[in-house]
Ligand binder design. Structure first.
Ligand code: SAH
Ligand code: F3S
Length: 482
């Protein structure tokens, strides 16, 4: 899977097939989590109906939209730099272009954005994308437009996303929006609002439609997928107030996965992200039951110290997390597991840091997304705690975590040598035109010679070499899944 959060990733805009006589040009790019990339596809769909085709060239764009991330300060700085670039293009080449900011920074800064960045005409929060056509009319009339209202219902379930940058093989399907967990370091509950789930029927329709279009793998997406709960609509927190009937017919995440896996038994199914406190064993049992649900779990823990977990408001202990990992490995022995870690959270001692390294050695993660703590305005940590760990200490600890993860990944990958893995081919390898790149069941990137295989094939591959993050192997035929 792509990196969950990657503020450095350059969003790219793509051409999309317009509906009808589309004449206006949209340049849209995304930063941050997969949800942002997925949301941009919803926005492209809304604007296609308004006569916009996408373009890859800023210079040609009538409208430039940037879908932004607030998760760490660095992510916001990246977006500010992009706005400078738009400014330069507008001044020199494209004086009529309009610029809109979408996503988490829009929600966080609201109309302040218009004051701080003169280039911005339009500010739209993550739940207000359906209002973009109205907001654009305001902009046309020379007014700046802002809508940052967070919703109790909006899941965009009724919009069929335009697949931007698609390889035609893998797609994201969003199933929940918002987050109720209130981890003290995290800005997401403030920028994406309260948690709500999407109607399983509309999820199934999207998945079936993707299958019909030839897609082979979907990732069910949410800030906290295990918390998925459909009871006819409404916020997760209001479930207790629902009618007995609604409660009796509610659909949880394990049931949703089971429905999706049965509806499309040839399609690979992944999900992201799980919070350990909400992950239940019935989800693992459903995974074990279905061949097509991939044996891979992204299970962020953030720290290996109970004291720090408590300060972070994570609702589990290290012992509970270890037990969960043991149970998962007992049910699915060849499971791939990845982590998110934060180093240098307020008051973190050398001992806490060592506990993190110990936990990593215990779990033996296959992969990780690791960050040093970045204080975010408005979060509990910012309001109640001092950001007291010096940057060089945060960075040194982060490096130790990264180094250990590299060793663990390398060792884990060696276990695949000589084994046959099933790879779904996604694209030409970056390094060699004659090789395909795909991923195995455990989400590990696997490279193979092209031979006569094609994108979208499931191929059995005997692993012959590995690096810290990649397997290389020899194809021995199509798998039975084709
Ligand atoms: N549930 C979400 C988590 C979103 S944030 C998901 O879908 O991935 C992703 C990761 O960013 C978190 O797991 C955490 O490790 C990291 N992160 C969040 N806030 C952070 C902060 N203030 N400083 C550093 N890292 C942070
Ligand atoms: Fe953030 Fe914690 Fe939710 S990391 S997205 S508040 S689970």
């Amino acid at each position: 899977m792509e990196k969950i959060i990657d503020e450095n990733k350059q969003g790219e805009a793509l051409d999309l097939q317009g509906k009808g006589a589309n004449t206006k040009k949209l340049f849209i790019e995304s930063y941050g989590c997969q949800m942002n990339f997925s949301d941009s596809e919803v926005v492209a769909s809304i604007l296609a109906n308004e006569g916009y085709n996408t373009t890859k060239n800023l210079e040609d764009a009538d409208l430039v939209l940037v879908n932004t991330c607030s998760i760490r300060e660095k992510a916001e700085i990246t977006v500010r730099k992009r706005l400078e670039k738009y400014q330069a293009v507008k001044r020199k080449q494209n004086p009529n272009m309009k610029v809109g900011v979408l996503g988490c920074m829009a929600e966080r800064l609201k109309s302040k954005f218009l004051e701080e960045e003169k280039i911005v005409d339009l500010v739209v929060g993550p739940d207000a994308y359906k209002d973009i056509p109205n907001l654009l009319s305001e902009v046309e009339e020379g007014r700046n437009a802002v809508n940052v209202i967070l919703s109790k219902e909006e899941t965009y379930g009724d919009i069929s996303p335009v697949r931007l940058q698609s390889n035609g093989v893998t797609a994201f399907v969003s199933i929940t929006r918002g987050c109720d967990n209130m981890c003290t370091f995290c800005v997401v509950p403030f920028t994406r609002g309260r948690e709500r789930s999407r109607d399983p029927q509309s999820i199934l329709e999207e998945v079936n439609d993707l299958a019909q279009k030839g897609f082979k793998e979907i990732t069910l997406l949410g800030q906290n997928v295990d918390s998925y709960l459909w009871y006819g609509g409404g916020l997760k927190k209001d479930f207790a107030k629902a009618s007995e009937m609604a409660k009796a017919t509610a659909v949880n995440f394990a049931q949703l996965m089971d429905m999706v896996a049965r509806a499309q038994p040839k399609m690979r199914i992944r999900f992201s992200t799980s919070n350990p406190q909400d992950m239940t064993l019935d989800v693992i049992e459903v995974m074990a039951k279905h061949r097509n649900i991939c044996n891979y779990i992204h299970l962020p823990v953030q720290s290996g110290s109970d004291r720090i977990l408590k300060l972070m408001n994570r609702q589990h202990t290290v012992a509970e997390y270890k037990k969960l990992i043991d149970d998962i490995k007992a049910l699915i022995p060849n499971i791939g597991i990845s982590q998110d870690m934060i180093t240098g959270f307020p008051t973190e001692t050398e001992e806490d840091h060592q506990a993190t390294l110990e936990l990593m050695k215990y779990v033996r993660y296959d992969y990780g997304f690791m960050f040093y703590y970045s204080e975010r305005p408005g979060t509990m940590a910012e309001r109640k705690m001092e950001d007291d760990i010096p940057l060089e200490v945060k960075k040194r600890r982060l490096q130790e975590v990264i180094d250990l993860q590299r060793d663990l990944s390398r060792d884990n990958l060696k276990n695949y040598l000589g084994q046959t893995v099933e790879v779904l081919i996604e694209k030409t390898s970056k390094k060699n035109e004659d090789e395909w790149s795909g991923r195995n069941d455990q989400n590990i990137v696997t490279i193979l010679p092209k031979e006569n295989y094609k994108v979208g094939d499931f191929v059995n591959v005997i692993v012959e070499e590995c690096t810290t993050g990649t397997l290389m192997g020899r194809p021995v035929g199509l798998s039975e899944n084709n």
